[in-house]
Ligand binder design. Structure first.
Ligand code: ATP
Length: 317
């Protein structure tokens, strides 16, 4: 029986702007997505029987058909039935380190790892673009998670255009374990409160995306200027999530008040909040400082950093 072990990194949003509605119920977005070294491990073993099994060490993550990992494997079975018959089923184990329902694309990156892993297991020889296209049918963040790095994402988040990669910007990231924000809730509330201000003309959508592309944050990324990037962080969803979740707002304010923090923002639809820091030492100091101020064990704090890759194969047998 063959097997692969893969690393599936989380992402943060350095930028998230909602620029319009779509007829499919999603929103037109301009995002800058960034991979970080906080990652899950995925092990995929081939099985002699034609079945899919999923295991996960995290109690909040389902192992049935609602797991994105299961859905990724099922998609591969549907698209490549002959390979399934030839090579057999898959047994997938997810070792979770990425907080769940956190705005960090945990499920999406797991699904991307399964697509990459099954491609190898079944010798399909798919290109990165083909894997990304398969991923886009599972979720908007899945295509980005395949190659990761630093990317400007438009459409519903699946149209990717790479930016120069940002390595080694240190980050402190916080998430309350018991706090989950539904992505659907955040977008629905945003639409209700701010929907009338959307740009609805497709030409305007294109020019808005182009404006972000030629704007301050992309310039700062190209120049690898961490301080300038930190000053240009943006997330429209903060407008609806922060007023409803006082713990998230408080954590963000606490991060912002720490010496050595150059910028802070909520990731995706939250409730994760991150702070960009001047150095690893500073990030570790800030983690300790915040831990002393909020000793609540419900608050998970991580020191992490920006990385230049998405899914990585780290072992095979
Ligand atoms: P995004 O940033 O893409 O919106 P997220 O980080 O907010 O995603 P996830 O961690 O992917 O959210 O979890 C969202 C929901 O999906 C959870 O309620 C969880 O139970 C479910 N889920 C299904 N499969 C997985 C998986 N493999 N890992 C984590 N959660 C999963």
């Amino acid at each position: 029986m063959r097997s692969y072990k893969l690393i599936a990194p989380a992402k943060i949003n350095l930028y998230l702007e909602i620029i319009g509605d779509r007829s499919d119920g999603y929103h037109e977005l301009v995002m800058i997505l960034q991979s970080i070294d906080l990652a899950d491990e995925i092990e995929i073993h081939s099985l002699s029987s034609e079945t899919i099994h999923v295991h996960c060490n995290h109690p909040q993550v389902p192992t049935d058909k609602s797991n994105l990992v299961y859905r990724a494997a099922e998609l591969m079975v549907k698209r490549f039935p002959e390979a399934f018959t030839k090579h057999g089923g898959v047994d997938i184990t997810v070792h979770k380190h990425i907080p769940v329902a956190a705005g960090l694309a945990g499920g999406s990156t797991n699904a991307a790892a399964v697509l990459v892993g099954i491609d190898l297991l079944w010798n399909l020889g798919l290109t990165q673009t083909e894997i990304e296209e398969l991923g886009s049918t599972l979720g908007s963040d899945v295509p980005f998670c395949v190659a990761g790095g630093t990317v400007i994402a438009t459409g519903r988040g699946e149209q990717l255009s790479p930016l120069p990669s940002l390595d080694h910007i240190y980050i402190v990231l916080g998430k309350y374990r018991s706090l989950e924000v539904s992505t659907a809730w955040a977008y629905k509330n945003y639409r209700q409160e701010y929907g009338s201000t959307y740009l609805r003309d497709t030409n305007d959508l294109a020019s808005r995306a182009a404006a972000v592309h030629s704007g301050g944050i992309v310039k700062a990324i190209v120049e690898k200027d961490a301080v300038a990037i930190a000053q240009k962080l943006h997330n429209d969803l903060e407008k609806v999530v922060l007023p409803s979740y006082s713990q998230v707002l408080h954590l963000r304010e606490l991060f912002a008040s720490q010496p050595g923090v150059i910028g802070t923002m909520m990731s995706g639809s939250g409730p994760s909040v991150f702070a960009l820091c001047t150095s690893q030492e500073q990030a570790e100091k800030i983690q300790q400082q915040v831990r002393q101020t909020i000793p609540d064990e419900d608050l998970e704090l991580f020191v992490t950093r920006t990385i230049t890759h998405g899914i990585q194969v780290v072992g095979n047998g």
